[in-house]
Design a protein. Structure first.
Length: 453
């Protein structure tokens, strides 16, 4: 079949990559070290050991280009991987564009998003260390669901702090987690010191990912049997997600194509890193591939933040990371893409953006929802509101290609489905979705509290 006749590009199971790709091996500027939040000295493994499993700490600082995926994790991946790469014929036709649009569909995982790619190895490495319980935060609920399932696979107890605004917007996500046997509470919660403090200061707070992280880390520090697990931002999470982009490269080879632009939405940065980083070596060798991260205009860490050391959470339990940040006290408006409401950005994505290897764009939520609706009507899949940011950017690239008479090859990451986000779409369809102006004043205030390093 010719390239243009194919709709599903399916990689055989025996071609599932056996290694994760670690972009730290190829960074033109090495990553600035994480710092101890109290001493401000570079972190050593002893700083992280109370929080994370040892193998994950080793991966966090590794500069090996390829790290082998354990056999047990590889077997679990096979339940849904390799995931399909689709050619968006319907969307192309609706846009009447000469561009070729492809999307990598991560919503085929049992939990409906890319998050399981990292949840499984994270829980696996905790299991082999004898950990009995894992605490975590979740924004949209996708990460919490993924961690809950992975914990059930390895018989570990899961404790999930879910950002309150999403907890209220998406009751079915809590049920999803509870089906896997996890406990899920709204954050801020009365269960931790950080939660009680936030509730005392503002009983009506919508919560933030930064605050939910504080609660989950506090929970882990306070118990011998518990470690913490983070669903994005960190180097090892971005590396686990590299399975996505490695598969995409093989799938594009199958149709004898190569992307001009690779697009992903950016919350903490992991699904974008996952699809984009495996293209970095090609780019460094001179290939003209653009890597585009898309964030919400209401929480634009890359496009409006500063590149500085900041805390990953509100209460100050996490290391200081050098990243693009809006300040750890920034409370993003309660937009529907809850998974993109994080004040910072992965240090790896941040450094590569700073070095000009990555581009970024910020979009309003109504534009993203209209793109999601066009996508649903032409391709059939209702996307997660987070992923709709990547769809909007892909559509804009395809329209621009048409205007310029250039047949670009566009690949984007459809990081998850939106089957549990229908309340957000209901709001959109009834004209209730607001385009929230970026709160510049709140940003100025929040940046004042950046740690002095
Ligand atoms: C479907 C989906 N896509 C994207 C994201 C953003 O996270 P990240 O930037 O780590 O991929 C989330 C986070 O919850 C998500 O649920």
């Amino acid at each position: 079949m010719s390239r243009d006749e194919l709709t599903k590009i399916i990689l055989p199971e025996d071609k599932l990559p056996k290694f994760w790709y670690n972009v730290q091996a190829d960074m033109p500027t090495p990553l600035a070290p994480g710092l101890n939040p109290v001493t401000k000295q570079p972190l050593g493994p002893a700083d992280l050991a109370p929080i994370f499993a040892n193998e994950l700490i080793a991966q966090e600082v590794s500069t090996e280009r390829y790290i082998e995926i354990p056999k047990e994790v590889h077997e679990e991946y096979k339940k849904w991987r390799p995931s399909p790469l689709f050619r968006a014929h319907g969307l192309e036709k609706a846009l009447d564009t000469p561009c070729r649009i492809y999307y990598k569909y991560e919503g085929v995982s049992p939990v409906g998003s890319h998050k399981l790619n990292s949840a499984i190895p994270q829980v696996f490495f905790n299991k082999i260390q004898g950990i009995k319980r894992i605490s975590t935060e979740t924004g949209a609920g996708q990460w919490g669901t993924a961690l809950s399932l992975a914990c059930k696979m390895y018989d570990i107890e899961a404790m999930v702090y879910m950002v309150r605004v999403s907890y209220n917007q998406k009751p079915y996500r809590r049920i999803f987690m509870e089906m896997y046997g996890a406990t899920c509470v709204p954050s801020p919660s009365p269960l931790t010191e950080s939660g009680r403090k936030a509730l005392a200061e503002n009983p009506d707070t919508p919560g933030t990912l930064g605050l939910a992280i504080s609660e989950a880390v506090e929970d882990a520090i306070g118990r011998e049997d518990t470690k913490y697990s983070l669903g994005s931002v960190l180097n090892h999470v971005c590396m686990h997600q590299s399975i996505i982009g490695q598969e995409v490269k093989l799938q594009m080879e199958m149709v004898d194509d190569y992307p001009d632009v690779v697009i992903g939405c950016c919350g903490g940065g992991s699904n974008f890193a996952g699809i984009a980083f495996p293209f970095i070596p090609d780019k460094l060798k001179g290939k003209k591939v653009r890597l585009l991260g898309v964030e919400p205009a209401a929480c634009p860490s890359l496009t409006r933040g500063v590149f500085a050391y900041d805390l990953g959470d509100v209460a100050g339990f996490t290391p200081l990371l050098k990243m693009y940040t809006l300040g750890h006290n920034f409370v993003p408006p309660g937009i529907h893409a809850g998974g993109l409401r994080y004040h910072g950005e992965s240090p790896l994505v941040s450094q590569l953006y700073h070095d000009g290897l990555i581009e970024a764009r910020a979009l309003m939520q109504n534009d993203c929802f209209s793109a999601a609706q066009l996508f649903a009507q032409t391709e059939g899949i209702i996307p997660a509101p987070e992923s709709s940011h990547a769809i909007r950017a892909a559509i804009d690239e395809a329209i621009q290609g048409k205007e310029e008479g250039v047949a670009r090859s566009i690949v984007f990451n459809l990081s998850g489905h939106g089957h549990l986000d229908l309340a957000a779409y209901d709001n959109y369809l009834s004209g209730k979705t607001e385009d929230i102006e970026f709160p510049e004043e709140a940003l100025k205030e929040s940046l004042k509290t950046l740690p002095q390093v």
